[in-house]
Design a protein around this ligand. Structure first.
Ligand SMILES: Cc1cc2nc3c(=O)[nH]c(=O)nc-3n(C[C@H](O)[C@H](O)[C@H](O)COP(=O)(O)OP(=O)(O)OC[C@H]3O[C@@H](n4cnc5c(N)ncnc54)[C@H](O)[C@@H]3O)c2cc1C
Length: 384
């Protein structure tokens, strides 16, 4: 384990970090993670233990039962959880960022009072239903239709890659409510119970993220009450944009923890594996790989907590969020790839976590806004 990750944390933040680190050491051992990954079992027992420790409410205001802390604390928890199991951190993030921050930024007071205390207690899980077969990067092209019918809306359409909707109590469903205006002006969000009649969920086979999983979902004449509209009618795009920086920050924190885990695994292996009469870590070729991996992890952490502090200070940070997402996810890919090389043939077996990092890293450059789309956004901020 490294010793240089205090990064200007307060005493309280370091205590929190140490608690999460101890929790991961005790509750998230590698054989548990491998079991969840190989058998497609979500780590719900561990999630419940986290709820008992109060971490799900870390960034939820005290009036709704949370601790009222901020993004540095959210980053610390996600980084440390991800060190043990990236998908556990993702489960945490879907509750605390997708769920809680959606409610906090554009939910009604009634919705906040109803759901936020349940999120804090771990009794309420949520998911995000944005991507469709014909609307991936071009997310404002969503075609799932919601048509008003008295006090209800009737929803028809299809979503794809909807992670953990099968575990969720509600999903943030992105729909089209006006077809006569430019794409982004006719979008509305609903907080939909996936058990509502007319919702069909089919699990997808994927290379990675097999524990929590992702799904194809169809909506056939699904009736949703007007009270479950999240934010303004036709204001959904504007609402989604307000949370993008928080999502990118979360991905950066997650992959920073996972990159550190991959580096530590490779470092330990390089110290122990003997070839030509000496540990392979004595070969300069291997040392330079590990040095480059350390540069990548250190820089990822700097970008992540710089972004956290900007979010906590309420500063504009679209460019910094895109930079952090691009850099940290590509750093994770490089670290996992070099980690595979250092472990040699054993990297390809499930006896080591490196092959899981290698698979998980591949998704992180695509999901949460692909890195090409991030670069488009950075270029726009450069005035291009
Ligand atoms: C395991 C997994 C879990 C996921 N979970 C969720 C979830 O819970 N909820 C959800 O809503 N979505 C989820 N997604 C979807 C994910 O966010 C999308 O895959 C992602 O947004 C990209 O969309 P796409 O796959 O349709 O690719 P496309 O948009 O078709 O892109 C294909 C390629 O073209 C490039 N490209 C597209 N447009 C441009 C452009 N303008 N400039 C340059 N390059 C461009 C892309 O970068 C990419 O390389 C998940 C995906 C996976 C694989």
């Amino acid at each position: 384990m490294y010793t240089d990750r205090d990064f200007g944390f307060t005493e309280e933040q370091m205590l929190l970090r140490d608690s999460v680190r101890d929790f991961v050491r005790n509750e998230v051992p590698e054989d548990y993670v491998r079991h969840c990954d190989q058998n497609k079992i979500p780590p719900l027992d561990t999630y419940d233990k986290m709820a008992d420790l109060g971490w799900l409410g870390v960034a939820i205001p005290e009036e709704y039962g949370g601790s009222g802390l901020g993004f540095v604390e959210l980053g610390i928890i996600q980084e440390e959880l991800s060190y043990g199991f990236l998908e556990l951190a993702v489960l945490f993030y879907r509750a605390t960022v997708h769920g809680a921050h959606s409610l906090l930024t554009y939910g009604s007071e009634e919705q906040r009072r109803k759901y936020l205390p349940l999120i804090v207690e771990g009794k309420f899980k949520s998911s995000m239903s944005l991507t469709e077969p014909n609307a991936g990067s071009d997310a404002s092209a969503v075609q799932t239709r919601a048509v008003a019918d008295g006090d209800h809306f009737i929803i028809n359409g299809a979503k794809v890659f909807n992670s953990q909707i099968d575990l969720a109590d509600r999903t943030v469903l992105v729909t089209r409510t006006d077809t006569e205006v430019p794409n982004h002006k006719g979008i509305s969000l609903f907080f939909v119970d996936p058990k509502t009649p007319g919702v069909t969920i089919e699990r997808l086979e994927t290379l990675c993220f097999r524990s929590v999983g992702t799904n194809r979902v169809t909506y056939e004449d699904v009736r949703v009450h007007r009270d479950d509209l999240l934010g303004d009618l036709n204001g959904g795009w504007k609402h989604l944009m307000t949370n993008l920086n928080k999502e990118r920050f979360s991905l950066a924190a997650q992959v920073t923890g996972a990159s550190q885990a991959a580096l530590d695994c490779a470092l330990n292996y390089a110290k122990e594996r003997v070839q030509f009469g000496q540990p392979i870590g004595k070969f300069q070729a291997i040392q330079h790989k590990l040095a480059d991996m350390q540069v990548a992890v250190h820089t990822s952490r700097l970008l992540t907590y710089d972004l956290a502090r900007r979010l906590d200070a309420g500063l504009a940070c679209r460019k910094e969020a895109s930079i952090a997402k691009v850099y940290t996810t590509e750093a994770y890919s490089r670290v996992a790839d070099e980690g595979m090389q250092i472990l040699g043939g054993y990297s390809l077996t499930p006896d080591f976590p490196m092959e899981r990092h290698f698979r998980d890293a591949r998704l992180m450059r695509i999901g949460g806004g692909s890195n090409e789309v991030m670069r488009n956004s950075i270029a726009k901020d450069l005035g291009l």
